[in-house]
Design a protein around this ligand. Structure first.
Ligand SMILES: O=P(O)(O)OC[C@H]1O[C@H](OP(=O)(O)OP(=O)(O)O)[C@H](O)[C@@H]1O
Ligand code: HPA
Length: 183
């Protein structure tokens, strides 16, 4: 499949001590081909019961092409957790920490009782997913399902243990000696 094929040959750069892989789905560079985006969206749709989902939630930036594509296929609307504060009434700020960055994410647009699907491109340390789940909990939403396209490291296990939510992923990889290995 295209996702696995393109991951195997993608470049790695250092971000501090973190070996960061660069891929169209996780970075939008060097180029995003529609065949790959379509394959990923269809693989996600096969994993999720969209009949039970009111809204999708993702984090800026690289969840955005994913939820956009999914929304066009399923007619389910989406909310983007932004790194920028809007100061709208009811806005929920949460702390986000990844393997290479720290910051804030802001949730708007979710109402109590909303049945939510969380979508993201990568789960690595799990810091971003914890932030998203915390924000949704504070909003009173019901997390129905979670899908991340790419899994690396221990984040998935850590978040599942900490929150009790199951996380679905399409591909699991490891970055070793400057190369991506599909597990
Ligand atoms: O499991 P974690 O260690 O938290 O890593 C996963 C997060 O890292 C990336 O986001 P990033 O904040 O780098 O933003 P980007 O989407 O703008 O690249 C990615 O899109 C995930 O949201
Ligand atoms: O290594 C990575 N590459 C792209 N996005 C990511 N998000 C967390 N880790 C990574």
């Amino acid at each position: 499949m295209l996702l696995e094929e393109t991951l195997k040959s993608c470049p790695i750069v250092k971000r501090g001590k973190y070996e960061y892989f660069i891929h169209p789905i996780s970075d939008g560079v060097p180029i995003v081909n529609p065949e790959l985006l379509r394959e990923v969206a269809i693989r996600i749709i096969k994993e999720v019961d969209f009949e039970n989902i009111d809204k999708m939630v993702t984090a800026e930036a690289m969840g955005i092409p994913l939820v956009t594509t999914l929304s066009l296929y399923t007619d389910v609307p989406y909310v983007i957790m932004r790194k920028r504060e809007y100061k709208l009434e009811g806005e929920i700020p949460v702390h986000q920490e990844t393997g290479y960055s720290k910051g804030q994410l802001y949730l708007n647009g979710i109402e109590e009782g909303d049945r939510v699907l969380i979508v993201d491109d990568v789960i690595s340390t799990g810091g971003t997913m914890i932030a998203i789940i915390n924000a949704l909990k504070r909003a009173g939403a019901e997390v129905k399902d979670i899908v991340c396209v790419i899994e690396r490291g221990e984040g998935k296990k850590i978040v599942e243990k900490k929150t009790g939510h199951k996380i679905k992923t399409l591909v699991k990889l490891d970055v070793k000696d400057g190369k991506v290995m599909i597990l």
